[in-house]
Design a protein around this ligand. Structure first.
Ligand SMILES: C[S@@+](CC[C@H](N)C(=O)[O-])C[C@H]1O[C@@H](n2cnc3c(N)ncnc32)[C@H](O)[C@@H]1O
Length: 251
């Protein structure tokens, strides 16, 4: 191609690139605007729900503190909170039933939230001093610290379990009980989590997980562990099922 034609071609490409840049910036601004609108709306709905709950409490003369905190937290971080309300008593007791209170070693709870499963574990006879609670939400951590002063509270990301717990657990754990919204995470991360937990547990100890999903949080075909499941607990909102995993490959 002769030089003048090449230069004009370059100029044309340059103009088109600049136009594309301008368009990209406009689209980005539009998206940011939509996100801001969505967040404003979401916060507005959150405040309205809180007000309605407060009115309900006043009318009935009861306190729904944990529920309110949960709803607020769900509005702030829907994916990591994973539920609009804390687990109900039946679900919490079903989870606790899989932990032998006489077993030796710490009982680790991942994602205890405001502590309904923690409460069920203590009610079932697990000494609170054996509990290691791993929670990422600082507001929930404040509640847990006040309610379970004897337990060891770890504020952090349960998916970095080895970093958080390796030095902390002085003996293998007797059980892991998880309320993490596992199903929202990629399967590789879920598998890493359960394998890390197995490494920190007594061989054959249970990894107890609940889910609202119809599908199992970890499919059995992935191998290396046995799976058992509770009946679906219809009384919970939303209905849930408890899954229990134990390492079968005990090498
Ligand atoms: C579905 S809620 C369950 C709370 C409680 N176990 C219950 O049954 O009501 C999930 C909990 O896991 C916590 N969570 C989510 N991701 C986490 C993470 N990566 N590390 C630690 N906690 C996490 C949330 O803050 C929340 O408290």
């Amino acid at each position: 191609m002769p030089l003048p034609a090449l230069q004009s071609f370059e100029r044309r490409i340059g103009r088109q690139l600049r136009l594309l840049e301008v368009r990209k910036t406009l689209i980005e601004r539009k998206i940011e605007h939509q996100i801001r609108l969505f967040e404003q709306k979401r916060n507005g709905i959150g405040r309205k729900i809180e007000q309605q709950i407060k009115r309900f409490e006043l009318k009935r003369g009861i306190r729904l503190d944990d529920e309110v905190r949960f709803i607020r937290s769900w509005f702030e971080r829907p994916l990591s909170t994973g539920a609009v309300t804390p687990s109900g008593k039946i679900l919490a007791r079903t989870m606790a039933r899989y932990v032998d209170p006489q077993s030796a070693g710490p009982v680790v709870e991942l994602g205890p939230g405001t502590g309904p499963v923690t409460e069920a574990l203590v009610e079932a006879g697990v000494d609170p001093a054996r509990l290691v609670l791993v929670e990422s939400n600082p507001a929930f951590c404040r509640i847990l610290r006040a309610r379970y002063p004897e337990a060891t509270l770890v504020q952090g990301d349960a998916y970095s379990m080895r970093r958080l717990l390796d030095a902390l657990l002085l003996q293998p754990a007797a059980a892991f009980v998880s309320g993490l919204p596992l199903i929202t995470k990629p399967i590789t991360l879920r598998l890493r989590l359960i394998r890390d937990a197995f490494d920190l547990m007594v061989p054959g100890a249970p990894f107890v997980q609940f889910t609202y999903s119809v599908a199992a949080p970890l499919p059995k075909r992935l191998g290396g562990f046995s799976v058992e499941a509770s009946e679906r607990i219809w009384m919970n909102i939303p209905p849930a099922r408890v899954w229990v995993y134990r390492k079968t490959d005990l090498r």
